[in-house]
Design a protein around this ligand. Sequence first.
Ligand code: NAI
Length: 331
Amino acid sequence: ARDPVRVLVTGAAGQIGYALVPMIARGVMLGPDQPVILHMLDIPPAAEALNGVKMELVDAAFPLLKGVVATTDVVEACTGVNIAVMVGGFPRKEGMERKDVMTKNVSIYKSQASALEKHAAANCKVLVVANPANTNALILKEFAPSIPEKNISCLTRLDHNRALGQISERLSVQVSDVKNVIIWGNHSSSQYPDANHATVTTPAGDKPARELVADDEWLKGDFITTVQQRGAAIIKARKLSSALSAASSACDHIRDWVLGTPEGTWVSMGVYSDGSYNVPAGLIYSFPVTCKNGEWSIVQGLPIDEFSRKKMDATAEELAEEKALAYSCLA
Ligand code: NAI
């Protein structure tokens, strides 16, 4: 039998946490043969709710679930974890300035970075979900210098999946037949959902999505804004955030990272820029990546047209501003 993998979920008593922990315990994240031990962290005001989640995990009798740690102690939560999914954070409340929200989150991610660095298992993989996701991940990276930067990422897979969904709906094809969209940049409304390289599997082989859609105005207009604004549309409809799809996408992100992307398929991940595609180095930016042997690499050599270039630069600029704001909050 395999040794269990320890998976940390911070903010586990929250909405996404509630959707995510049963998926992990059922093997959606790491596969049906991989036992897991869940580490769940939340803050003291949510301790009772967190304990309720733990009770439900016991009651669900998941065969793969070999243990549950539910705690408000960051060190206990981080100790020995192989995978860390950082969902906990401070939400923007009415009347709050962007800077106030940033200050709260920067201090959370700074202290949790140190705890992970000191107590997580060697080679722990980190996925930041909580917003501002790219910048929280960047702060985590900067304050956990001994964790290799290739082990720190943020979630843009939900945006990627949303883009696949929009194309499948538009063409009335199965979403599983659509692949290789790209989310560039920030997990915010400045992100650039790019379908220029996407393909659709048809009985006559793979065809460019752009050719099948045959409506560049849509691809440069409503397609982009629908994906960018989808989170807000879900909140408007549900009066709650997109917890189900965020949790599912977080599982997709880790699964592909650990087990590899299928041959010929790439996915989007927020990762530390090495300057590829002239994206400034030193930002956590969403790129197309393939994964193999537990490591991602940025897909190279895709042709970038002028329209795309502008959008890619605009979202990079926003990330540079966020980074500056984050640093001003630390000072
Ligand atoms: P939520 O408010 O229901 O849950 C957040 C949880 O984090 C709460 O239980 C809270 O007590 C906890 N928390 C706060 N500070 C903490 C700390 N220092 N340590 C540990 N836990 C802490 O929010 P929800 O809907 O679950 O969303 C979580 C985050 O994910 C938000 O920041 C949201 O904006 C973000 N999000 C990101 C998406 C993405 O695609 N990257 C998609 C959807 C949401």
